[in-house]
Design a protein around this ligand. Structure first.
Ligand SMILES: *Cc1c(COP(=O)(O)O)cnc(C)c1O
Ligand SMILES: [Zn+2]
Length: 399
């Protein structure tokens, strides 16, 4: 059922056998999953039409080998909406949004957790540990609960409240850290070593990205195999953008899409934490750590990413770019998008809206081009980001 063949390191090209628990390569690089689909008869894009509408419809290109190990809460195959009113407002003919806020646990992190937890169950691992900005913790704790896997989670003290509750209600051990996600990562790393927990930090295991790459498969399938000119992605650890680009390369190898035309990948970050943007502008292959990361968009408050070189490569190979936006602009964009499109998007998704506006102004994106934005989560998970004043009425007051 799966074409999973082996793991490989994109940094030094070392390969590893599948079906053994591994974290990083000997060289410290992240490991990626390789598939062998030379004998892949019976799996073509027509076949997909008969399959259930969730991310497991691409199961040949996912790492889980036995279907009984799949832990699913209904993730994936989220709708792509045409944003006509916002598009018109910005002067763009073809604007689309894939709404990942409709996933279980309210963010696209459900995809990574579904793939990761399922594979971890298959490998016989029983206890895991991770740092999180919030959404990943919520997703892994809940999927972990369904799989009967114990989770240990550390997150910044100021992570969105609801994500702390998600972890706690799922029975995870939750630790709040006076620091950022990198600080939480150091604490988890040491704890994992001490207690023998399997570390599932971003890109420290090879399977989360496989779940996230299904966004790429879906975008192409749902757009009838005609890729958008641009995909805008709010970039933190970069798993989503690396995953979507991996999916596009796989679909080319599968012969599902034309080798010539591909979407340009745009990494969007917050001005208060933009290591990828800085590195891209300097033409560097790696991104140095951002000191004192600060933004309301918690999911992209990642000062240093293990996969930085892969994000920068995806931008370069696809002909894309990287751009940073401010928190004030993000807040305005949340409200504007809700008023025009009826969707309460998350701050990370709103960063894309601002980035689009800027790239149109610069003339880098043209009015007739086709743009797809990922709204990576639901605005409802960020209950304290917006503050409205309401008139308060007594029972006997009248309008
Ligand atoms: C985690 C997260 C991101 C960043 O995703 P990466 O794949 O780590 O770059 C963006 N938006 C939301 C809502 C997130 O939770
Ligand atoms: Zn290596």
């Amino acid at each position: 059922m799966s074409y999973f063949s082996h793991l490989y390191c994109p940094k030094c090209s070392e390969t590893y056998e599948k079906n053994q628990p591994v974290n990083l390569c000997k060289c410290g690089g992240p490991l990626l999953v390789s598939y062998d689909f030379k004998n892949g008869v019976g799996f073509n894009k027509e076949e997909l039409k008969t399959r259930p509408e969730n991310m497991w419809r691409y199961r040949e290109m996912l790492p889980v080998e036995k279907s009984e190990n799949i832990i699913s809460l209904g993730e994936g195959f989220t709708p792509i909406f045409s944003w006509k009113r916002l598009g018109k407002h910005l002067g763009l003919d073809n604007l689309y949004c894939k709404d990942e806020g409709l996933n279980p646990t309210g963010s696209f992190k459900a995809r990574g957790a579904a793939a990761g937890i399922s594979k971890i169950l298959e490998l016989g691992i029983t206890e895991i540990a991770m740092p999180t900005a919030g959404n990943a913790g919520g997703a892994w704790a809940l999927f972990g609960a369904k799989a009967g896997i114990k989770t240990n989670i550390a997150m910044p003290e100021d992570a969105p409240e609801i994500t702390k509750t998600e972890c706690a209600v799922a029975g995870a051990a939750v630790y709040l850290v006076k620091g950022n996600i990198a600080d939480a990562g150091k604490i988890i790393g040491e704890g994992a070593k001490k207690y023998g927990w399997f570390e599932v930090s971003t890109l420290k295991e090879p399977y989360r990205i496989e779940g996230k790459k299904t966004m790429g498969y879906e975008i192409l399938e749902q757009m009838n195999w005609d890729p958008p000119d641009y995909i805008l992605y709010p970039t933190g650890g970069g798993v989503g953008i690396i995953g979507i680009w991996k999916a596009i390369k796989e679909m080319k190898q599968l012969g599902w899409i034309d080798g010539e035309k591909n979407p340009k990948m745009v990494a969007v970050q917050a001005r208060g934490c933009a290591p990828i943007v800085r590195a891209h502008e300097r033409g560097e292959n790696f991104a140095s750590e951002w000191t004192e990361p600060k933004t309301i968009a918690a999911g992209i408050r990642v000062p240093k990413a293990l996969g930085d070189f892969l994000v920068l490569e995806a931008i370069r190979e696809s002909g894309g770019t990287a751009i940073a936006v401010s928190d004030e602009e993000i807040i305005k964009a949340i409200v504007k998008t809700a008023k025009l499109e009826g969707i309460f998007i998350c701050p990370e998704g709103a960063a894309n809206v601002v980035a689009l506006e800027k790239l149109l102004e610069k003339g880098w994106i043209k009015p007739q081009e086709k743009v797809l934005i990922l709204n990576t989560g639901s605005g409802m998970k960020y209950s304290t980001t917006l503050n409205f004043d309401f008139p308060v009425m007594g029972k006997n007051d009248r309008l």
